[in-house]
Design a binder for this molecule. Structure first.
Ligand SMILES: Cc1cc2nc3c(=O)[nH]c(=O)nc-3n(C[C@H](O)[C@H](O)[C@H](O)COP(=O)(O)OP(=O)(O)OC[C@H]3O[C@@H](n4cnc5c(N)ncnc54)[C@H](O)[C@@H]3O)c2cc1C
Length: 596
């Protein structure tokens, strides 16, 4: 199949169009090479990291460095960096797989790995010139050197472009003098270089610089921050005072730093989504194993409906997050291949490929980080009092999960971004939102007869989620016009509908694709997972829709639209959710681990 015919939907287009199961990549589609790299990571984590997990809770920064070096020895610090620069030159899916499985045991290592490979290596790999790439990447990929990304400042957090760090050109024009104060810098305690964002003179935008960590060059580090979680991830403030940086260390163009920072974050976000998957698998397996062994009222607590309810809900989120992450990873890779075949360089193609799917990157960052938090929370609950003890891994999983909602752009910022980017793409003519809106209003949502009877209703309802989104978007546009972007509560509610739609569709299409290549019988639990996830999503979408309608429509129209939306999410035959939950949980309980 040619690259052109393989790519069907662009980033964000999933909200406007249907996608066939064949177009959705699933974890069952991993190549031999991808499976091998996944198994290498699992084996490494189980052998080296899990047995010393407790030390990661004790601010053992040296342990993190030791593990990062071992990961470097395995070649896993430059998974998608070209072999010419010391990387493995593998595809985007492989990169996501490594992030996924390397982060499951402890968020400390996940954060160190993500900061180094995602936001420190990437700006050099994607924006560096040949000389910079040759000079720094081999050291960063081998683990001889480590990197940090210095964007945040005391007065510039979410508003990252408002940073005050200055770069002044020396009189002889050979170097810049950088002065400023960066905070919350991951890996700062052991980094050999910093990617620093600063403003040259009175520039409007930031410029990026590669700054070696030479403490005799005006660089001071604070003590390690005392944090709620990720205890062995180094986080420090970094002070620059007239730090001399040769002009050749400027990254990309002057004023181009904000773009570098944001594009690095796009990649960071999708990887952060993946980095919260194995944590969920491990929490579910740990919790079910405990529930099978803990006896109360003369029976294992896994016999109780209330425990089964939790196990099922944890599992459907994990399955949905996994389905969504790898679907998006493959779409990004296909887009990259498309750009390469159109003559762009590998780096430019990667940049544009990820940028094209920036909406999905935000969706995954938000959706999976919140699922990880809920999963760890329920994990604690299943352990009861023991869950509150630092002796069992649930407590650390819960604390470590909390940061996922804050860094790489808070979840609020990412929620607003995903709707904003959709509107921007439509404004630029990259998405045909107007036709989709018109079709939604004229009730033209195609409802083709489907072949998989067991999931017929779910196939139709996921399409209706999109219709509901479009109807609501039309209404809020009528009410707020271009001011919609200032109405944050509406944007947040719309973003939740986008997240639920993407997760529902990815779950459903994965299951359908697998039914087509195996059987209904083989996929019976996955069918139940899809049914349950989509039912739960329909209830969230109904609630969010009501909130939007109440804010955007007058009393008379409110009733009309609400009735329409209630009809769209209604079931002819409601799924027996309690029975489905028991069935999914029973399967996991019998396997004594997460098994999908
Ligand atoms: C452990 C840790 C590691 C980190 N690692 C790094 C790193 O390696 N490099 C780096 O540069 N930074 C790093 N950060 C910084 C992180 O990216 C920021 O903390 C984050 O972007 C939020 O910025 P802030 O803390 O200033 O919060 P603020 O921007 O002050 O936000 C506070 C609250 O206000 C909300 N808010 C802010 N603006 C808006 C708005 N326009 N509309 C609606 N709500 C809004 C936010 O969602 C949030 O809830 C790290 C932070 C932590 C805690």
């Amino acid at each position: 199949m040619s690259v052109q015919s393989k790519i069907k939907l662009d980033g964000g287009e999933f909200m406007l169009k249907d996608v066939s199961p064949d177009q959705v990549f699933t974890t069952e589609d991993f190549s031999e090479e991808q499976r091998m790299i996944r198994d290498t990571v699992i084996e490494f984590i189980d052998r080296e990291v899990w047995p010393v997990k407790k030390r990661f809770e004790e601010n053992d920064y040296d342990l993190t460095v030791e593990m990062m070096k071992k990961i470097g020895d395995l070649g896993l610090l430059g998974v998608n960096v070209d072999q010419d620069y010391g990387g493995l030159g593998m595809d985007f899916i492989a990169t996501m797989l490594v992030c996924d499985y390397i982060s499951g045991a402890t968020g400390s290592l996940g954060t160190a790995y993500g900061a180094h490979t995602g936001i420190a290596i990437l700006p050099i790999y994607l924006y560096g010139n040949e000389e910079q790439k040759k000079k720094y990447l081999p050291k960063l990929c081998s683990g001889e050197w480590f990197g940090s990304y210095c964007l945040t400042e005391p007065t510039a957090g979410s508003d990252a472009n408002s940073g005050k760090t200055k770069a002044e050109l020396s009189e002889d024009g050979t170097h810049y003098l950088i002065s400023g104060h960066k905070i919350w810098i991951s890996n700062a305690g052991f980094a050999n270089l910093f990617i620093v964002f600063a403003k040259i003179e009175d520039d409007k935008n930031l410029t990026g610089f590669i700054v070696p960590s030479d403490l005799s060059n005006g660089i001071t580090l604070s003590e390690e921050e005392k944090k709620l979680g990720i205890h062995s991830s180094s986080t420090r403030q970094v002070f620059f005072e007239n730090t001399k940086v040769p002009v050749e260390n400027m990254l990309g163009e002057r004023n181009g730093g904000f773009k570098i920072a944001m594009n690095a974050l796009n990649v960071g976000r999708i990887k952060l989504g993946a980095a919260h998957l194995d944590g969920q698998r491990r929490v579910i397996s740990g919790a079910v194993n405990y529930a099978n062994n803990r006896v109360q009222f003369k029976q294992p607590i896994s016999n109780f409906g209330s425990i089964k309810e939790k196990i099922a809900m944890m599992a459907i989120s994990c399955y949905a997050g996994e389905s969504s992450c790898y679907r998006a990873a493959s779409d990004v890779q296909t887009k990259i291949d498309q750009f390469i075949s159109n003559g762009l360089s590998k780096q430019e193609s990667e940049l544009k490929g990820v940028e094209n799917f920036a909406i999905e990157c935000s969706i995954l960052k938000v959706g999976v980080s919140e699922d990880m938090q809920n999963c760890a929370d329920e994990g604690i609950q299943i352990f009861g009092g023991m869950g509150f003890s630092a002796e069992v891994p649930m407590e650390a999983a819960w604390r470590d999960a909390r940061i996922g909602r804050i860094y790489e752009g808070t979840n609020e910022i990412n929620r607003m971004l995903m709707v904003g980017m959709l509107l921007k793409k439509a404004g630029k003519g990259e998405l045909d939102l107007m036709s989709a809106l018109q079709n939604a209003i004229n009730d033209n949502v195609e409802d083709k007869p489907e072949t998989i009877n067991e999931l017929k209703h779910e196939m139709s309802i996921v399409k209706k989620f999109k219709k509901i989104f479009l109807i609501l978007l039309g209404k809020v546009f009528e009410k707020y016009g271009a001011e919609i972007e200032k109405n944050q509560q509406v944007l947040l509610a719309l973003s939740d509908i986008m997240i639920e739609t993407y997760f529902s569709e990815s779950t459903l299409k994965r299951t359908i694709k697998n039914i087509k290549r195996s059987s209904i019988h083989d996929q019976s639990y996955q069918i139940e997972i899809s049914k349950l996830y989509i039912y739960e999503a329909s209830q969230i979408i109904l609630k969010k829709s009501k909130d939007i309608i109440i804010s955007a429509c007058d009393n008379k129209t409110q009733k009309e639209i609400l009735t329409q939306i209630e009809e769209l999410v209604s079931y002819k035959e409601n799924p027996n959710v309690f029975s489905i939950k028991r069935s999914i949980a029973d399967k996991i309980i019998s396997e004594n681990k997460y098994c999908f």
